[in-house]
Design a protein around this ligand. Sequence first.
Ligand SMILES: C[S@@+](CC[C@H](N)C(=O)[O-])C[C@H]1O[C@@H](n2cnc3c(N)ncnc32)[C@H](O)[C@@H]1O
Length: 340
Amino acid sequence: MSYDVPTVSRTEPTRDSRLYIRNLVKRDPLTGLADDVRKGLSAQPKRFLPKYFYDELGSQLFEAICLLPEYYLTRAENEILQRYSDDIVAALDGQKTLVEMGSGSASKTRLIIEALLRIQPELLFMPVDISATALESSSRILLQSYPQLRIEAYAADYFAGLAELGKKPRARTLALFLGSNISNFDLEEALRFLRAMRSVLQKGDALLLGADLKKDPAVLEAAYNDALGVTSAFNLNVLARINRELGGTFDLHAFRHRAFYSETMGRIEIYIESLANQQVRIEKLDLTVDFAEGELIHTENSYKYDKAGIERLAADTGFKLARTWLDSQERFSSNLLLAN
Ligand SMILES: C[S@@+](CC[C@H](N)C(=O)[O-])C[C@H]1O[C@@H](n2cnc3c(N)ncnc32)[C@H](O)[C@@H]1O
């Protein structure tokens, strides 16, 4: 059964009139997961969509990944935003609204919010994230820190969120897509996402696009194979989620995390490998699935970019790459794409 009518939940409107959260994730959140797990396990090779990493535990595990010594991406992007947020926000004229796709904990967003509040008296922030729990907790924390902030948040898939944003008249808009979220898309998906993003922006608005850069494969592979095993837990949590939410019987000890760099594809590929010939039952799907020893389930890609690649993406989607900032070790890029 699917529900086309979005559910609307105002979160304690009487206690905090500065927060409005609209939940566009289907009323039965299992429907999308169930359909996609069935499709993914029937595909050859088997695959899961990366958006299903982010249940409550998955969102917390991602926050832990951001603290790992091997996972340089968050620290590098944070360094750029600390150093250049005033320049970034100054690139747009007028009173600005801030939009963010896949905002998560919105920790780095604080640097942009603070830069905006240095040049304007108040700010409307419109975050979109598939994880309703991450969205709600990050919104509440931000509102406590910034009395001049109002938040209209959308718990939604990127495209459903963009469709909503498209209906809202906005002041000059600075949109954020941080953390190299763009890396999870292949070229076609990245073009589709950026065109959808462009369609909700006006000429003169801008998108700040975080993109991880190509570099020594050993550094890249270490970032996705940390010694503590947090990335492994994040990856295998998809199986735990299927067990929890769909009545699956995955034995997590019988699978392992795999991540490696493909030079030809220019991307980190992330898989879950079956360690034995085995059968798994998924009760709510009335499905039994066979896995061969060594069989891989694809869970995520993380494409690595160079400047020419980012310029092409911008030019093909109605943007102009106006400026690129790098961290001091030139590992990560923040790119200002102006809507033209
Ligand atoms: C890699 S984390 C990055 C979080 C944050 N932007 C950062 O830079 O640390 C990806 C975020 O995007 C959200 N997300 C993933 N797939 C999504 C989708 N298809 N639609 C909306 N949000 C999504 C996740 O819930 C998560 O918060």
